[in-house]
Design a protein around this ligand. Structure first.
Ligand SMILES: [Zn+2]
Length: 82
């Protein structure tokens, strides 16, 4: 289910409830997506679970800036081999 969020925290997928678009914060191009503005305007939603399928299930479309340009690399996690 979608939840209104006031902080992005470590969520990967953040939806813009006004436009029904979901952003992938792991994607390098997503800095241009004005996440702070979405949060400031109160339109930011997170997904539970924090998965793309959940966003699609709730009727969100992916953002063309942060999807469709290849698969983003998962940020390295401590303790995992490169
Ligand atoms: Zn985006």
């Amino acid at each position: 289910m979608a939840l209104a969020i006031r902080e992005l925290g470590d969520r990967r997928y953040v939806g813009d409830a006004a436009k029904k678009i979901v952003h992938d914060r792991w994607h390098p191009d997503c800095e241009d997506c004005l996440m702070d503005d979405i949060v400031a305007s109160g339109d930011a939603v997170g997904f539970e679970p924090d998965e793309l399928d959940q966003a699609f299930y709730e009727g969100y479309e992916y953002c063309e800036d942060c999807f469709d340009r290849g698969t983003p690399e998962r940020p390295a996690l401590p303790g995992q081999p490169a």
